[in-house]
Design a protein around this ligand. Structure first.
Ligand code: KIV
Ligand code: ZN
Length: 388
């Protein structure tokens, strides 16, 4: 038996916040379709009160994109909830996501209010949001730096007010996996009405722990992960959708958890988001980076040619990458050269491997990667000099 983990994609809200140039409405529609093809459960697509353009984009996505619940963000204030409720009206399934900060640092310096005041605002906003939809999510901003007892108080009140998802963001990417798990466990054991809501995690990547923290949280009992494609988001970004969903897919037997993500759509969505958002993906990025399925060492290449799973824990096709790549470098052996040449249509009798390999190593030492056209040129020139 494996439990389902809900995937809440926030590429078009938290992810979009981090872009240097804002996306056009058409860009957002195109990306919203790509994200919906991934079969996420919820997609957060904007912050309707923030600008008329954001309102229009959320409204249009709500009208045109089917499948996932469409979600908008709102601070715990009346005008935000109203804008969100109105923008989401055309959606078949809508969610209002309202939040307020709960950490002593944010309460004292940013909001200048007490936890009781913040709780009262949260309760009022959740009740208001319930007039628009019965799917209301409440987030304790900076939960990672909020005392557990304070979280328990505000979460209990939020659930009583009608929130069906409770999100505990590590807004500044500060906590470690064991601390995140302990926070979830504490809430599950100390909030009397906790079984009336789904617990959610929202991790930022300031210390590179967003994915590890999300996995620790679901192992402890959270059932929704908030994430973005390519991990784009504020500062060092958010938990990456492709990484968490592939961890849950590849290690389902161990974790006893799964998502409904259509993994074969991952690479296409990643490329579209990278191109439209003008955010290149680092070559060694897990799952979607250019090198994620590329092998350079001769020992690895030989292993992969004999049995793919010697050096690949998942096949590239699982995530929509058309094929793996065997880079031809000075570490490559004869096996991979022969393999590549047979893919290019050459028979072993078409070239002399000893002289070809000698020229190959000389060139690879000079220029790093040897390409198909280099190989073909070497065969041509070696054959010519053998003939003369
Ligand atoms: O990081 C954060 O705390 C957020 C909230 C608005 C959920 O993005
Ligand atoms: Zn965030």
């Amino acid at each position: 038996m494996s439990d389902k983990i809900w995937i809440f994609d926030t590429t078009l809200r938290d992810g979009e916040q981090a872009l240097k140039a804002s996306l056009t409405e058409d860009d957002k529609i195109q990306l919203a379709h790509a994200i919906s093809r991934l079969n996420v459960d919820v997609m957060e697509v904007g912050f309707p009160v923030s600008s008329p353009a954001d309102f229009r984009a959320v409204e249009r996505i709500a009208r045109e994109v089917k499948g996932p619940a469409i979600c908008g963000l709102a601070r715990a204030v009346e005008k935000d909830i109203e804008a969100c409720g109105l923008a989401l009206r055309p959606a078949e399934k809508s969610r209002i996501h309202t939040f307020i900060a709960t950490s002593p640092l944010h309460l004292e310096h940013k909001l200048r209010m007490s936890l009781d005041d913040a709780t009262a605002m949260a309760v009022r906003s959740i009740k208001q949001a319930r007039h628009y939809t019965d799917d209301v999510e409440f987030s304790c901003e900076d939960a990672g730096r909020t005392p557990h007892a304070d979280l328990c108080r505000i979460v209990e009140a939020a659930i009583n007010a009608g929130a069906s998802t409770i999100n505990l963001p590590d807004t500044v990417g500060y906590v470690t996996p064991d601390e995140y798990a302990a926070m979830i466990t504490h809430l599950m054991n100390n909030v009397p009405n906790i079984d009336k809501a789904r617990l959610s995690v929202h991790c930022h990547n300031d210390l590179g722990l967003a994915v590890a923290n999300s996995i620790a949280a679901v192992q402890a009992g959270a059932r929704q992960i908030e994430c973005t494609v390519n991990g784009i988001g504020e500062r060092a970004g958010n938990c990456s959708l492709e990484e968490v969903s592939m961890i849950l897919k590849m290690r389902e037997d161990h974790l006893k958890l799964h998502t409904d993500i259509v993994s074969e759509e991952i690479y296409r969505a990643s490329r579209q988001i990278s191109q439209i958002c003008n955010m290149p993906v680092q070559p060694n990025k897990a799952i979607v980076g250019e090198n994620a399925f590329a092998h350079s060492s001769g020992i690895h290449q030989d292993g992969v040619l004999k049995a793919q799973n010697t050096y690949e824990i998942m096949s590239p096709e699982t995530v929509g990458v058309p094929n793996n790549q065997l880079n031809m470098t000075s570490r490559s052996g004869r096996h991979v050269i022969q393999h590549r040449l047979s893919e290019l249509g050459y028979q072993p009798e078409d070239y002399d491997m000893d002289s070809l390999y000698e020229s190959f190593l000389a060139l690879a030492d000079q220029k790093g990667t040897v390409y198909d056209y280099d190989l073909e040129a070497m065969i041509y020139f070696n054959n010519q000099s053998n003939e003369s």
